[in-house]
Write a protein that binds this ligand. Structure first.
Ligand code: VG1
Ligand code: CO
Length: 542
C-alpha cells in the first residue's frame, strides 16, 4: 500500500516569515508539494502513531494539497489526522486543535493575506506540538532537506471525503473530519464574558465584521451572530471563496476600504472589524477612528484584565521590533516585562511557553495571547468587544483616554510592493553600509542617535537571529525601520516603518501622515527610496 516515489529536489523551498509561499503554478510543479511535505517529515522525529492536524484557509488548491498531505502522513506513519470539514481551519483554530489534542504538529495550508486563485498564491506552514509556527532552526532544517530530497512516501488511495464530519481510515491511519468552528468557539467562550457582550448587542450595539470572503466567515457567524446574538448580517462577506472574490484578504485601509468608509460615514455602526485570509489578523475601526494595530495591542494589554480569561493580569507583553512602542509604556506602568522580537509569530512561541509573556502583537494587525500559539483575529475582536462592554465607552473614548494617560505613538507603515528584487537588495545593502556614519547626522529637526541592524537573542533558548531590519533611532524616541518582506511572491516589498512619540495630549488630534512628515522626508533621504525603486510614493500606507 505504501509507495516510495523517487523525486528530484527544488532549490527554492525556503520558508519565509510564515511558511513557504509561492504562486499556485509553482506549487503545481511535479512533486513540489510532496517534496516539501516529505522534507518536513524528514526534519522531525518521533511521530509514529501520533496525531497531525491539517487544515487551510479554503483558497484555491487547498483541497488537493490536503489530500496529498493526508496520504503522505499515512505513509510516513502518523496514527491519526484531524482535518477541518471542507478542508477549512483558521490558523488560530488549527493551533488550538494541536494543543487540545496533544498533536505532534500541524500542517496549515495558507498564504494568509496574499490573493488566491489559479494564478494567485498558496502556502504551506508547519506548526510544532506547542501549536506555534516551526522555529527558525526547524525551518532551516526543512529547507536544507528540501535541497537534497530524493524520495517521498505516499499511499495509493481514493480521495478522502472532506465534506462529511466523521471518522474513516486511510491506510493504517485514522482520519477525523471535524467541525472547524466548535472547539475554537468553546475556547473563546472560556476566555471572554459572553454574557456581557450578549447584553451589549441586546442593547442595540451595532457592529460590522468583514470576513473578506476568507476563512473567518463561518467562525464569525457562529460566534458573533449565533452565540452572541448580533443581528444577522453583522458578519459580511462571510462565505469563504477560493479566490476571496478576487480581492486581497488583507485587512488594511486599502483592501478593507469599504469597511473603513462605512466606519467614517454618518451611518457607521459602533464597531468595525475585519480579518485576513487565514483568520490570524484583525483590523479594528471604531466609529470615526481607525485604531492602528500597535495602539490596539497597547489598549488591549491595558484593558485585558476586564476579560475573565485575563483577570489575573498579564505576565508580560511581547511585540515585534517594527511594532510601535505604545505597548512598552503599558508594560512599564504595570511593572511587567516587555519583549522585542523579530517580525513573525514564530519568535513569540518560546516567550509564551516559558510564561514570560501573556499578550503579543505585531504592527501588521496580528494580536494574540497564550491561549494559542498563533496570532488570532477573532480573539482580538472579542477582547475589544469584552472591553467595550465592560467599560461602557466607545472606541474613540477608550483611545483618547489611553493616549492621555500614556502619550500617543504616531505610527505608519509605508509599503513599496513588487519592486525590483535586485534594487531592493541594493537599497538594504547601502543602508547597512551607512549605519556607522548615521549617528550624529541631522535630517531637518531630527538628530540620529543610533542606527543598527536588529539582532535578537531568544531569552529562552539563546538562539540568535540576525539581519532582522535596519533601525534608525532619533533623539526624542522617533524612529524609522527598514526591512524587506518575507511573505511576498513576486518581486520584493520594502517596508518602511515610521514612528514618533507625542506626550502632549493637546497634540493628539493630529493627522498621522502630517505628524510623521519629518520622518517620511528623512526616510527618503537616508534610503534614497525613489531613486533606487523608481517609485515616488508607497503602494500601501497602513
Ligand atoms: C508580514 C507581516 C508580519 C506577519 C507576517 C505573516 O510579514 O509584516 O508581521 O507576521 O506577514 O502574517 P512580512 O515578512 O511580509 O513583513 V500572515 O497573517 O500574512 O501569515
Ligand atoms: Co494571516
Amino acid at each position: 500500500m505504501i509507495s516510495i516515489v523517487e523525486t528530484t529536489p527544488y532549490d527554492d523551498q525556503k520558508p519565509g516569515t510564515s511558511g513557504l509561499r509561492k504562486k499556485v503554478p509553482v506549487f503545481r510543479q511535479k512533486n513540489y508539494v510532496e517534496n516539501f511535505i516529505q522534507s518536513i517529515f524528514d526534519s522531525v522525529a518521533g511521530f509514529r502513531g501520533e496525531t497531525l492536524v491539517i487544515g487551510g484557509d479554503g483558497r484555491y488548491f487547498n483541497r488537493e494539497a490536503i489530500q496529498i498531505a493526508m496520504r503522505m502522513a499515512a505513509a510516513n506513519g502518523f496514527g491519526r489526522v484531524i482535518v477541518g470539514q471542507g478542508g477549512i481551519l483558521s490558523t488560530p483554530a488549527a493551533s488550538h486543535l494541536i494543543r487540545k489534542n496533544r498533536a505532534f504538529g500541524g500542517i496549515i495550508l495558507s498564504a494568509s493575506h496574499n490573493p488566491g486563485g489559479p494564478e494567485g498564491d498558496f502556502g504551506i506552514k508547519y506548526n510544532i506540538g506547542n501549536g506555534g509556527p516551526a522555529p527558525e532552526k526547524l525551518t532551516e532544517a526543512i529547507y536544507a532537506r528540501s535541497r537534497v530530497i530524493d524520495r517521498y512516501a505516499t499511499v495509493r488511495a481514493v480521495d478522502v471525503d472532506l465534506d462529511t464530519v466523521g471518522q474513516l481510515m486511510l491506510g493504517d491511519m485514522t482520519v477525523e473530519v471535524i467541525d472547524p468552528v466548535a472547539d475554537y468557539a468553546e475556547l473563546m467562550e472560556a476566555l471572554f464574558d459572553f454574557g456581557a457582550i450578549r447584553a451589549l448587542f441586546a442593547g442595540g450595539f451595532r457592529m460590522a465584521f468583514d470576513a473578506m470572503h476568507a476563512v473567518t466567515g463561518p467562525y464569525a457567524v457562529e460566534i458573533l451572530e449565533r452565540r452572541l446574538g448580533a443581528p444577522a448580517g453583522t458578519a459580511r462577506n462571510a462565505v469563504p471563496l477560493e479566490d476571496f472574490g478576487g480581492h486581497h484578504p488583507d485587512p488594511n485601509l486599502v483592501h478593507a476600504r469599504d469597511l473603513y468608509d462605512l466606519m467614517m460615514s454618518p451611518e457607521a455602526p459602533d464597531f468595525g472589524a475585519a480579518s485576513d485570509g487565514d483568520g490570524d489578523r484583525n483590523l479594528i475601526i471604531g466609529r470615526g477612528i481607525f485604531v492602528t494595530p500597535s495602539d490596539s495591542l497597547a489598549m488591549l494589554a491595558a484593558n485585558a484584565h476586564l476579560a475573565p480569561g485575563y483577570a489575573q493580569g498579564l505576565k508580560g507583553i511581547a511585540r515585534s521590533m517594527p511594532t510601535s512602542g505604545a505597548a512598552d509604556r503599558v508594560a512599564q506602568k504595570r511593572g511587567i516585562g516587555l519583549y522585542e522580537t523579530p517580525t513573525g509569530w514564530k519568535f513569540f512561541g518560546n516567550l509564551l511557553d516559558a510564561g514570560l509573556a501573556t499578550i503579543c502583537g505585531e504592527e501588521s494587525a496580528g494580536t494574540g495571547s497564550d491561549h494559542v500559539r498563533e496570532k488570532d483575529g477573532l480573539w482580538a475582536v472579542l477582547l475589544w468587544l469584552n472591553i467595550l462592554a465592560a467599560r461602557g465607552a466607545s472606541v474613540m473614548e477608550i483611545a483618547r483616554r489611553h493616549w492621555a494617560e500614556y502619550g500617543r505613538n504616531y505610527y505608519a507603515r509605508h509599503d513599496y510592493e513588487d519592486i525590483d528584487t535586485a534594487a531592493a537588495g541594493e537599497l538594504m545593502a547601502a543602508l547597512r553600509q551607512k549605519l556607522p556614519s548615521l549617528p550624529g547626522q541631522r535630517f531637518g529637526d531630527l538628530a540620529v542617535e543610533a542606527a543598527d541592524d536588529f539582532a535578537y537573542r531568544d531569552p529562552v533558548d539563546g538562539s540568535v537571529s540576525e539581519g532582522q531590519g535596519v533601525r534608525v533611532l532619533f533623539a526624542g524616541g522617533s524612529r524609522i525601520v527598514f526591512r524587506l518582506s518575507g511573505t511576498g511572491t513576486s518581486g520584493a516589498t520594502l517596508r518602511v516603518y515610521l514612528e514618533c512619540y507625542e506626550p502632549d495630549a493637546a497634540r493628539h488630534g493630529r493627522e498621522t501622515q502630517e505628524a510623521l512628515s519629518g520622518l517620511i522626508a528623512a526616510a527618503e533621504r537616508i534610503a534614497e527610496i525613489s531613486r533606487r525603486t523608481g517609485r515616488d510614493a508607497p503602494s500601501v500606507v497602513t
